[in-house]
Write a protein that binds this ligand. Structure first.
Ligand code: AMP
Length: 306
């Protein structure tokens, strides 16, 4: 199977209590692509960049075998820019700057050879763009996963509901699940979201792990308690890319496999937060990944009889 992922390819400037970066490589599609490629999944991105996008960052995609035929370069435009600041409580961040730049008039165009991708990951973007990607698919994808955020709930409610009604899996964080559903209980929130379209709802709870809802069943994957959290940027996208990448790579859409996929997503996200931006994900070795999966196993494994 192959994975098609749409989302931002961005410049991010990040400030945390541990330091500050200038414009570095970021964007939802970037994290999704890196996470999926680390799992050996075939992944192609659909996005847009400006003439200012550094060749060394293009090289990052090539080096990781991430397809960028669908990433359009607008020579006289500027790359999407986002800047955020984290305080001591790294669960919350302030967005300082969002410059849409080339994203403002972005009309995604999927290369012909990718219109039959079996798995589609609609990364965080305007819902109308997500919808346009879905409409270009010639073969109905086997699984469509949608990620979104409060920004689109506040600014594009109707088209957000439209795209939500067309997807199989929705990933949101706990605050977004509450906003989308109007329910405080995450169980009730997930049920309400399921009634809007997606059969499967994944609620990300940051350092408290992630919940997977499928029909009446609930599964929980923890986040690894880490000694050092350096920069949480991209954790949610890495999680989504790990989830989508694992399903693509194993070609197994069952609920049992989705349980594994959220553990894989959590494991990869735990690397992203250890360094600034995409740095840790880029240098990640397969041995480090295998070891971390074992740490997850040890964290939750119990075999007691009660
Ligand atoms: P995450 O920390 O996983 O929620 O995502 C962080 C990434 O989202 C950053 O690399 C940003 O470039 C990107 N981003 C921030 N705001 C937006 C937005 N409004 N639309 C799309 N991507 C965004």
């Amino acid at each position: 199977m192959k994975l098609l992922a749409v989302g931002t390819v961005a410049y991010d400037a990040i400030e945390t209590p541990f330091g500050k970066t200038d414009k570095i490589l970021g964007g939802a599609a970037t994290y999704i692509g890196l996470a999926a490629s680390k799992l050996g999944a075939e992944v192609n991105l659909v996005s847009v960049i400006g003439g200012d996008f550094k060749p060394e960052y293009i090289e990052v995609f090539h080096k990781n075998s991430i397809g960028i035929e669908g990433v359009k370069k607008i020579e006289d435009g500027k790359t999407f820019f986002w800047s955020g600041k984290y305080h001591i409580d790294m669960n919350n961040r302030d967005t300082l700057i969002t410059e849409l730049n080339v994203l403002e008039n972005f009309e995604p165009k999927i290369p012909e050879s990718q219109k039959n991708s079996e798995i589609v990951m609609l990364g965080n973007l305007h819902p109308a763009i997500q919808l346009s990607v879905l409409e270009q698919m010639t073969d109905k994808p086997k699984l469509v996963i949608l990620d979104t955020m409060d920004f689109w709930m506040n600014t594009a409610w109707d088209s957000l509901l439209q795209i939500i009604s067309k997807v199989d899996v929705l990933t949101v964080n706990d605050a977004e699940a509450r906003q989308l559903s109007g329910e405080f209980s995450l169980v009730k929130a997930a049920k309400k979201i399921q009634s809007m379209g997606p059969k499967v709802v994944i609620i990300k709870k940051g350092e408290h792990g992630a919940l997977l809802f499928n029909e009446n069943k609930i599964f929980f994957a923890p986040a690894l308690p880490l000694e050092d959290v350096f920069d949480p940027t991209g954790a949610g996208d890495t999680f989504a890319g790990g989830f989508a990448g694992y399903i693509t790579q194993t070609a197994d859409l069952s609920y049992e496999n989705m349980k594994k996929a959220i553990i894989v997503g959590s494991a990869l996200a735990s690397f992203t937060v250890e360094k600034f931006g995409t740095e840790k994900l880029q240098e990640l070795s397969s041995l480090e990944y295998e070891n971390r999966l074992n740490e997850f196993k040890n964290l939750t494994e119990y075999n007691y009889s009660f």
